[in-house]
Design a protein around this ligand. Sequence first.
Ligand SMILES: CC(C)(COP(=O)(O)OP(=O)(O)OC[C@H]1O[C@@H](n2cnc3c(N)ncnc32)[C@H](O)[C@@H]1OP(=O)(O)O)[C@@H](O)C(=O)NCCC(=O)NCCS
Length: 303
Amino acid sequence: MEHNWQIRILDTIEELHKVEELQRIVWPGSDTDVVPAHLLITVVHNGGLVLGALPPGDHNGSIDRLVGFVFGFPGLYSTPDGPRPKHCSHMLGVHPDYQGQRLGFSLKRAQWQMVRHQGIDRITWTYDPLLSRNAYLNISLLGAVCSTYLRELYGEMRDGLNIGLPSDRFEVDWWVNTQRVQRRLSKKARLNLDLAHFFAAGAEVINPTRLDDNGWPIPAESVNFSTIDSAGDQESMIVLVEIPADYLALKEANIELARKWRFSSREIFERLFQSGYLVTDFVHLRGENPRSYYVFSHGEGTL
Ligand SMILES: CC(C)(COP(=O)(O)OP(=O)(O)OC[C@H]1O[C@@H](n2cnc3c(N)ncnc32)[C@H](O)[C@@H]1OP(=O)(O)O)[C@@H](O)C(=O)NCCC(=O)NCCS
C-alpha cells in the first residue's frame, strides 16, 4: 500500500547530518562506509540530489523524523558520439521500521520527476542481484533494465548487510522517458505477471533449484546453458533464473550456501549478458514458500 509520504529536497547541513545518522541505522556496523554530510552538501550544491521522506501526517515536518532518503549526482556515460549526461543514483535507504510500505518506490518516483526536469534521460545505480526485494523494486515496480554485471565492485564491504561476500552488483539502467517506465510509475496498477504467463510464452527456468532439509534453496547443480546457446537469433526467447527469495536470511543461517549462490549466479548472469540477454522483469511469488525469478529476454535493445 502506498502512503502519502512527505518527500522533499534536503540541502542544509542539519538535514544532511540526519541522512548520515539514517545511514548508520540502515547499514549498521561500518562507520567508514557512511557518506558524510560534508560530501553530501557539496554534491547537493553542484547538481546532485538528496531527497528525504517524513512519515505521512507529520505536520510539523521536523527532520528528526527522517525515515528514508535517496542520494545521487550527475555523471557521464560513453556513447559512440561521445560522453552523455546521466544521473548516478548512489544510495536508497529506508528505516527498517518503515520498509515494505512503498517508501523506497515513492522516493525513486520523486527522484525520477526531479531528474527528468534536469533534462536527463538515464539514471543508473547498482544493487546486489541476489536481493529479491531490491530486484522486485528496481526491475518490476520501477521498470529498470539490466545488462551489466560488475564483479566485486566495492571490494570488501564491512557493513552488516554485505560483510562476508564478494560485492558483485547489477548496474541497472532506468530510461526515465520511456513508456515502459512511465507505465510502471503511473497510479494504475500493473497486471502482476506470474510464472504461468512466462511459461505460456515458452520461457524456461534454466537453474531449477531444490530446497535443503532446512528449506533453503540450493543452487542448481547443472544449469541448462544449452537454452541460452541455442537461442541464436530467436529474438523472442525468454529465460527465467531463480534466486533465493530471502538471501539476507539465508546468509545469516548459512554463509557457505550464500557464497555458493554468489558464484553460481555470477556464472549464469555473466553468460546471459554475454549472449545478448537483458533483465526485463522479475517475478516474486509470495506465500508460505516464496520464490523469486529474474526474467531475461533476448535482443530487446531498445525498450
Ligand atoms: C531496499 C529498500 C530501499 C526498499 O525500500 P522499501 O520502502 O522497503 O521498498 P518498497 O516497499 O517501496 O518496495 C519493496 C517491494 O518489495 C516487496 N518485497 C518484500 N520482500 C520481498 C522479497 N523477499 N522478494 C521480493 N519482493 C519483496 C514488497 O512487498 C514491496 O512490494 P509491494 O509494495 O508490491 O508489496 C529498503 O528495504 C532498504 O533500505 N533496504 C536496506 C538498504 C538497501 O538495500 N538499499 C538499496 C541498495 S543501496
